[in-house]
Design a protein around this ligand. Sequence first.
Ligand code: SAT
Ligand code: MN
Length: 587
Amino acid sequence: MTKNVELAEWVDQVSALTNPDQVHWCNGSVAEHDHLTELMLASGELINLNAQTHPNCYLHRSNPDDVARVEHLTFVCSTDSQDAGPNNNWMAPADAHAKVDPLFANCMQGRTLYVIPYLMGPYGSPFARAGVEITDSPYVVLNMRIMARIGERALHHIEAGNSFVKGLHSIGDLDPERRYIMHFPEELMIKSIGSGYGGNALLGKKCHALRIASSQARTEGWLAEHMLIVGIESPAGETHYVAAAFPSACGKTNLAMLVPPAEFEGWKVWTVGDDIAWMHLGEDGQLWAINPEAGFFGVAPGTSLKTNPNCMNALGRNAIYTNVAVNEEMQPWWEGIDGEKPAVLTDWQGRKHEPQVTGAAAHPNARFTVSASQCPSYSAEANSPKGVPISAIIFGGRRSTAAPLVFEAFDWEHGVFAGASMASETTAAATGAVGQVRRDPMAMKPFCGYNFGDYWAHWLSFGKKSEKLPKIFHVNWFRKDDDGKFMWPGFGDNMRALEWIINRCQGKGESVKTPIGLVPESNSLNIAGLDIDSGDMQALLSIDAKVWRQEIDEIEAYFDSIGERVPAELREQARKIKLALEQQLAA
Ligand code: SAT
Ligand code: MN
């Protein structure tokens, strides 16, 4: 219950529409967690994992038709279609309400309606924002309890008169034909029906903290970005914070928790966030970032003690596993985890795992949900109300060709161009084909709540407001050779690129100018102890002018597809780079 009239009325209204058996206001307590867990164990929505090796860990199996974000069913419903932009599916707000409201009618009959007040951002932070999610999924409640700060303190924030985002969610009947994820940025409202999966259902995450927040951020002069935040401490004890944007399932969690290679003795890496950054310009002219989330909803396959020991050490207790496989001891298992593959596995759909017949044991987008506070590398600054000052912004895609290991943008404007023009191969985090190169500006293609043209103009506007902005870089850990083998080892060794980046931020580290940006001078990248072919290294640190000339054509065509709101500055960047490439090709 609440003193806030607007909230109380909305809950009443939703309750009248959805007709639940009961209404439960979540307080986030352990008792509530235990009660919901019992209910879900009884209903089969949760399955106990091995309590000796994985205390308080549970497995959830999604409906097989509901295992990823659904971009084609996700809409931004602004009054003017141009405000949503060609980068979003659009529906007029009245039409969108008319489309989904009937689907919500009586949808909670026989179910409990849970009211989850939540706060995105540290308690006491001027940048934290509240929301309330109404859901009929106890799985969503348990996940939100890990991912956000839920319960009384969030409710107090709302009752103190702060605005809040209203998110209405129901799993409905899980029929993809009746599945919609609707955003109403002008009403601070989200309506999501027909999916129980992560980004479609945990409304504090992508729906609020990115789509709605990005639109608010534009009006209010800040940035809501699909970025990890990581602190890199040098042996001298100086910490530089970096924010890095990569598309879903491209290694944000791994980079946020990186363990430096042996050659980097004395270096430490501190995790602030692994998915979302809210960044504000401080009075000092620096960009300060908070992580609005409190947990990690990470991709399980590929996670191991070798690729991400910090994460593995965070995962062994109080975690929810979604769509992983289990071994005979009821321990979670996925492709890429440490050790020998067990002879007997039960796959993510509860079937006996027979690779030839049933495919992968874990779904490629299987996830874990775990509190950030369990991560050994969790930063002491992660809950700082003012956030952490960002020295460098990194954009990165998954590109088997073209993009070099790392380059530095010439200046802010060029950096915004690098972000706006980035491309990446699609992954299993969203339904649809995997491995197709698409433009994914700032890794925000699925998450920007407004027109990309306006978004890039907003990014550019920061260049005029401060001279102490972070330097901007672009990286690509995913280059492949002609045999399809990754050329760069990635994971902990990405520290080598990070060191160069931090050096550059301090006016150190040599670079070589190319038409698309500054790449490391070969001696300025520490590759000591790395077993890498010198030809590969050279390929990683250079650019192919012919390939990039073609790339610029594609970027210009992409800008054309976004239309007239694309800032002239970005067109000019493309023109300048094209000219430099042509000069190089002619030479
Ligand atoms: O499903 S989520 O959107 O929460 C995770 C992701 O795809 O980045
Ligand atoms: Mn993400």
